[in-house]
Design a protein. Structure first.
Length: 210
């Protein structure tokens, strides 16, 4: 069983029975802080979240828990080549968001990567930030990917904080564009309001393991 223990927290896999717990955590610590969803007045329904509906059953997502077992951070990871069944949504904003991610993958040239693990969501509880916990989750995800036989990882970074974390770990940048310059006829523009500084650009990073 994959697990990393620290004095203050423990990193372990998210179990299939924890979908609601993860959703509650994301409602508290992610959607209101993530640049592309911070301006949204509501939160996406759990049924529309690929990271939960598909990612959790795959078994590659990680959580950090404190000494009392409370969830304090998550790293939602997805085997993108085996995302069956896919999540369909009737939410127009989510459709634009999915189109935005497809654009990033195609523009960065990573849509055809095989045996790659996608780092989809990295979220740390506000009270646990600035302790290097996000970086520890990234490192643990890399180790998990190695153990599971993936050939690499990639991440579409919509937050400057996540981009900086993978950049410090020498992941390779495949795409960097400013939000204000984003043009995608299929999506009809950004799914939400243009993010505020310091989140002025989105990036795609790749780490090869072989």
């Amino acid at each position: 069983m994959f697990a990393v223990t620290d004095i203050e927290f423990k990193i372990e896999r998210i179990g299939e029975g924890e979908k609601e717990a993860v959703y509650s955590f994301l409602k508290e610590s992610f959607f209101g802080h993530e640049p592309l969803t911070a301006s949204r007045n509501d939160v996406p329904p759990i049924e529309d979240l690929t990271s939960i509906q598909v990612g959790i059953p795959q078994g590659y997502s990680l959580k950090a828990v404190d000494g009392e077992g409370n969830m304090v951070a998550v790293c939602m990871n997805l085997d993108w080549n085996n995302r069956d069944p896919e999540v369909n949504t009737s939410d127009e904003k989510m459709k634009k968001l999915f189109a935005f991610f497809e654009y990033c993958e195609e523009k960065a040239g990573i849509s055809e990567l095989k045996d790659h693990l996608t780092l989809q969501i990295l979220s740390v509880h506000p009270k646990w930030r600035n302790r290097g916990l996000g970086g520890r989750l990234i490192d643990s995800t890399v180790e998990l990917a190695k153990e599971e036989g993936f050939t690499g990882l990639h991440a579409i970074c919509t937050s400057s904080f996540t981009a900086e974390a993978v950049r410090r770990r020498q992941w390779e940048c495949k795409l960097r564009e400013k939000y204000e310059d984003y043009k995608n006829a299929k999506a009809g523009g950004l799914p939400f309001e243009t993010p505020k500084p310091p989140h002025t650009e989105y990036c795609v990073y790749v780490k090869h393991l072989t």
